[in-house]
Design a binder for this molecule. Structure first.
Ligand SMILES: Cc1ncc(COP(=O)(O)O)c(C=O)c1O
Length: 332
């Protein structure tokens, strides 16, 4: 296989640096979900940690290197979860953290970034505008810019999930991975291709934020003008060329799912797995719902990658079940 930017030995070494609270997360077969999906399903749970997402695996790595290099201030653009994770890891190491996020990011994510002691700057527009502002702040103040998915540590931190998946016996037939900037998919994909090459690596994005998936299929960067999805964690418009190159080497497929499948998947995870997840974390289950024949009879793992969701929005999405409305309708 052609080489990605990632390095398996560095990923193994990363496990010594990342706070153990983020490592060796639960991985279990969720039989209660299976009748609804028509295949064996295992969940890799990345929500039961202090920042409720996988992103701290990467920020632990990057802040430890930054602290060793003597830098004391960092800035990142974030849809919310990276900022929260960077705030957590930076606080632990005495690094001053600035996060730039969209004003429309979920309040729960913004509140937690502030609560963890980071300075938060909000911009109008979306994540890509936040990226521009973070770059400008880094240039102006000399802060170290942390760029999700481009900085190799964000990918190699996420890749430690791949080590934990590859260590599982018997192995899975396929792993479904939420795709945003690509740190998670390139990280996990790299390790699976290196250590468990028989596992199919499938990336999942919403139809309303398809830039990286379109790029993967056309083997060149495709940008979009806007995004329209509830899965805020994966809603980017401008894929990074180096990340796309890596993704082309490690992903076997990239699929798009509809918003209705995401909310159905969130509801299934609540009702049958007892899990409150944010929309991005339901993408894998949504992909199974949209193509049950592809997965029938196979054992599929999916990473439950985040649980930071505004509770009112969550109730709106998960509560609006046709079944429940039907039940409350008077008999005719
Ligand atoms: C919950 C969640 N899932 C998936 C992703 C996408 O990860 P990546 O940007 O590494 O592709 C993110 C990104 O922040 C996220 O917060």
């Amino acid at each position: 296989m052609q080489e990605t930017r990632l390095d398996t030995d560095r990923i193994l070494a990363a496990c010594e640096v990342i706070d153990p609270v983020f490592l060796n997360t639960p991985l279990y077969r969720c039989e209660a979900l299976e009748p609804h999906l028509g295949c064996a399903v295992s969940l890799k749970l990345e929500t039961a940690n202090p920042v409720r997402s996988f992103k701290a695996r990467g920020t632990e790595l990057i802040t430890s290197l930054i602290a060793d290099a003597g830098a004391s201030a960092v800035v990142c653009a974030s849809a919310g979860n990276l900022g929260q994770a960077l705030a957590w890891s930076g606080r632990k190491r005495g690094i001053v953290v600035t996060v730039v996020a969209s004003r429309s990011a979920p309040a729960v994510k913004l509140d937690r970034i502030r609560a963890l002691g980071a300075r938060l700057e909000l911009v109008p527009g979306d994540f890509d505008q936040a990226r521009e502002r973070a770059t400008a702040l880094a240039e102006h103040y000399g802060f170290r810019l942390v760029e999700d998915s481009l900085d190799i540590e964000t990918c190699e931190g996420a890749a430690t999930i791949g080590l934990e998946l590859a260590d599982t016996s018997p192995s899975f037939d396929a792993v479904l991975i939420a795709l945003g900037g690509g740190a998670l998919a390139t990280g996990v994909g790299h390790v699976l291709k290196a250590l468990a090459p028989g596992v199919e690596v499938i990336c999942v994005q919403p139809q309303g934020a398809p830039a990286m998936t379109h790029s993967w299929h056309s083997r060149q960067v495709v940008t979009t003008d806007a995004t329209d999805t509830i899965a805020d964690g994966v809603a980017g418009r401008n894929p990074i060329p180096a990340v796309l190159d890596d993704l082309l080497l490690v992903a076997d497929d990239a699929v798009l799912v509809q918003e209705a499948s995401i909310t159905t998947a969130m509801r299934l995870l609540l009702h049958h797995a007892g899990l409150v997840v944010e929309p991005s974390a339901a993408l894998g289950i949504a992909a199974i719902l949209e193509n049950p024949t592809r997965f029938a009879g196979r054992h599929v793992a999916t990473i439950i990658c985040g649980g930071n969701v505004d509770i009112d929005a969550y109730h709106r999405w998960v509560g609006a079940t046709p079944g429940r409305r039907d039940r409350s309708r008077p008999c005719s």
